[in-house]
Design a protein around this ligand. Structure first.
Ligand code: PLP
Length: 395
């Protein structure tokens, strides 16, 4: 089928897209309008934790659609209550507010922290954030992001987001003043190229925030829901945040995200927060189906095991092609190339039927389905090996 049969020009041109239209997905695989098959290591940007169109999610949505799609967020619904209770048990946090995307969850986290500052910290409002951070595309979350390309966009920004450097505690301490109410970070910066905060840095931030009476906000939108081999990355570290945001994997491919907080930090009053679609049973049913799958015995161990296979395979490629380091945890990893050729490598992989992401000029990111097989890892690695061999990508 010819691409021209699709009027693609009616979509706003907000990013460069390959001349391909995807029409079907199953597990680790996608099919385009010509029937070509692709092995997907992007998975909707780390969204499809159970792969494409998983039966558990599809069944839950279709059952729920016939029963109740939305009664309005001004009324309770049983599915949202059940999902909130499960998330609370899993996370150790007390209260949940559902949103439609990660940016909206982070926007809510920022509002909650500012409210907390207004009520308990004499009007403190500033939130220490980090170079390289990505928290979303609303105006406040772009202001909280440390992505250089955002610096010049949509001025003036929302004020109150001093920036520190990841894994540099002194830089955080320098940002703290009487106006500070919270510290906000991704435990692994995904969009910046899979740059993990060290476990020690996260522990130090937890101690520092306790010492100063500040809130610790963890954005686990990319790392949460088993992506790193634990339900939440902070479990690797042995800390607990005051505020947590989740998204991506939570809906297994559908728009569902969440803002969670301890009882002490849950200070919204009526009218402070809301939204038409928030906590609708249709999306929450998908969330329940996802949690049902990822909570199965052995699921987290299998993510860890496949993560180790991926790490070992990437390390072998790095050695053979004289590339850089392999970073990340579980099934969120990056391979540093020696040169700024990541976009070209990803383009060649696309031609060869493998979807890879190049989050920065010299790094590839791997965020496959959490239920992919070892054979699928081997297939991706074999194709990447061939491409790297033709490109001399090492430093
Ligand atoms: N926070 C992190 C860590 C993310 O990776 C993303 C998306 O990539 C977001 C927030 C924004 O989420 P969404 O695109 O669902 O608004």
């Amino acid at each position: 089928m010819n691409l021209h049969t699709y009027p693609t020009h009616t979509l706003m041109d907000i990013t460069a897209r390959p001349p391909t239209v995807f029409v079907k997905g199953e597990g680790s695989w996608l099919w385009d309008h010509n029937g070509k098959r692709y092995l997907d290591f992007v998975q909707g940007w780390a969204v499809n934790c159970l792969g494409h169109s998983p039966a558990a999610v599809a069944d839950a949505i279709s059952r729920q659609a016939r029963k109740l799609i939305t009664p309005s967020p001004a009324y309770y619904n049983a599915i949202a209550i059940e999902l909130a209770a499960k998330l609370s048990t899993l996370s150790g946090l007390d209260r949940v507010f559902f949103t439609n995307c990660g940016a909206e969850a982070n926007e809510g986290a920022i509002k909650l922290a500012r409210k907390y500052g207004a009520l308990h910290r004499g009007g403190a409002y500033a939130i220490v954030t980090f170079d390289g951070a990505f928290h979303g595309r609303t105006l406040a979350t772009m202001s909280a992001s440390g992505k250089q390309a955002f610096d010049v966009l949509f001025e003036p920004k929302v004020p109150g987001f001093p920036r520190a450097q990841l894994n540099d505690l002194a830089s955080v301490e320098r940002c703290i003043g009487p106006e500070t109410v919270a510290i906000m970070l991704e435990p692994t910066q995904g969009e910046a190229g899979v740059l993990p905060a060290t476990d020690q840095f996260l522990r130090d931030l937890r101690s520092l925030t306790k010492e100063h009476g500040l809130l610790l906000i963890l954005d686990e939108i990319q790392t949460g829901i088993a992506r790193t081999g634990k339900m939440f990355q902070y479990e690797h570290v042995g800390i607990k945040p005051d505020i947590l945001t989740l998204g991506k994997g939570l809906g297994g491919g559908v728009p569902l995200a969440a803002l969670l907080a301890t009882e002490a930090a849950s200070c919204f009053a009526h009218g402070d927060q809301g939204g038409t679609f928030n906590g609708n049973p249709l999306m929450c049913a998908a969330g329940l189906a996802v949690l049902g799958e990822v909570s199965q015995q052995g699921f987290l161990d299998s993510v860890m095991e496949k993560g180790e296979v991926l790490t070992a395979s990437l390390a072998k490629l790095a050695h053979e092609h004289r590339l850089g380091e392999v970073r990340g945890r579980g099934l969120l990893q990056a391979l540093a190339l020696g040169k700024p050729v990541a976009a070209a490598v990803a383009a060649k992989a696309f031609e060869a039927g493998v979807l890879l992401n190049a989050p920065r000029p010299d790094a590839l990111r791997f965020m496959p389905s959490l239920i992919l097989t070892q054979g699928e890892i081997d297939h991706m690695v074999a194709i990447l090996d061939q491409i790297l061999g033709t490109m001399n990508a090492g430093g």
